[in-house]
Design a protein around this ligand. Structure first.
Ligand SMILES: [Zn+2]
Ligand SMILES: [Zn+2]
Ligand SMILES: [Zn+2]
Length: 335
């Protein structure tokens, strides 16, 4: 089926286990708080004033290895056959991007310039891990709220570098490639044109560099995509003006979601093309046919037997309706 499963028995020791509520205290100071650096002196990267030492206060954004990594950085990438099955060593990277030293702020509460610094950190980490021959992909994501998988409340996002391209990404890559073969156009660029020029009923927001839409046939209620207007397969290519545009779009979208739906749990994730240096040219049109984007998936419904068994999604809120609600909230705020 082309599925990979990461066997991670040691993750049973995580602070939150099988349905229990968050055990980590919801109050400051936690291990991610400014001033608590000595509790986790494993800083991989930080945006901090020049002259300040690693693992000391003063930072704006700080990156740490995940304490309970899904994949481990140490070791060689080995591929072996076990009879008819395939096994790959669990090599990868799992990092936490602490978005602010302030325990009481969420990403959406930060000034746009600070969100920009978080985005630059994503870009920098992706570039760094892209230099590691073992990795094919880096998925950047955020879990916000217990139902969305967050185990700590302090604002943070995560990244996982994997030795294979994730299945979900592969599905998008294949779809985009097929569309391109057929039409010689990028499906995401076409989507932007459609949603801004032909119909505007799923359009939520537009600035100089990004559009935010609730996509056609959204999988979950209030699903939103933030898509760069400038065609690019790789998130890593994001420039300064686009960083600012993304920070603005993300802040507004997340504030809007919080207001419209009473702070729902959500995930967001960045979909970008896989690293292509290992097998140059193996995907000749990826530069033209794929287009990076950020997906926001509120956690308002649960998957049940039919969805699990069929791969269908059941969405009680069509994206056109979701867009109406979100736009109304946005207008109420700005007036
Ligand atoms: Zn904290
Ligand atoms: Zn495009
Ligand atoms: Zn995607």
């Amino acid at each position: 089926m082309g599925r990979w499963v990461i066997m991670a028995p040691e993750r049973a020791l995580r602070p939150v286990h099988a349905g229990a509520p968050a055990e980590e205290p919801d109050s400051a100071p936690c291990v991610f708080c400014g001033g608590q650096e000595a509790r986790d002196p494993t800083e991989i990267f930080a945006i901090r004033p020049p002259g300040t030492a690693r693992n000391t206060p003063g930072w704006q954004v700080r990156v740490l290895p995940n304490k309970f990594p899904v994949l481990r950085i140490e070791g060689k990438l080995t591929r072996e056959g076990v009879g008819m099955f395939d096994m790959l060593s669990g090599v990868g990277a799992h990092e936490v991007i602490v978005e602010t030293p302030d325990h009481n702020l969420e990403l959406a509460d930060l000034p746009e310039q600070h969100i920009c610094a978080v985005i630059r950190t994503y870009r920098g980490r992706m570039a760094d891990l892209g230099g590691d021959e073992r990795f094919k992909y880096v998925l950047i994501f955020k879990n916000c709220g217990y139902a969305a998988g967050a185990t700590l409340t302090h604002a943070h996002s995560q990244l996982i570098a994997t030795p294979v391209t994730p299945k979900r990404v592969k599905e998008e890559l294949v779809g985009a490639q097929r569309y391109y073969e057929f039409k010689r156009r990028c499906v995401f660029c076409d989507t932007i044109r459609q949603e801004t020029q032909l119909t505007r009923d799923r359009l939520l927001l537009e600035n100089d560099t990004f559009v935010v839409i609730s996509p056609f046939a959204a999988r979950v209620p209030y699903e939103m995509w933030i898509v760069p207007k400038q065609h690019s397969a790789d998130f890593i290519s994001i420039g300064e003006a686009e960083c600012a545009g993304l920070a603005q779009a993300l802040k507004r979208t997340l504030l809007n979601l919080r207001e419209a739906l009473n702070n729902p749990p959500f995930n967001f994730l960045i979909h970008t093309a896989p690293f292509r240096r290992t097998r140059p040219g193996y995907w000749a049109t990826i530069q033209q046919d794929y287009h990076w984007h950020l997906e926001i998936l509120p956690r308002l419904t649960r998957m049940a037997g039919f969805e699990e068994g069929s791969g269908f999604y059941i969405n009680p809120v069509p994206p056109e309706e979701a867009a109406k609600v979100l736009r109304a909230t946005m207008e109420a705020r700005s007036s």
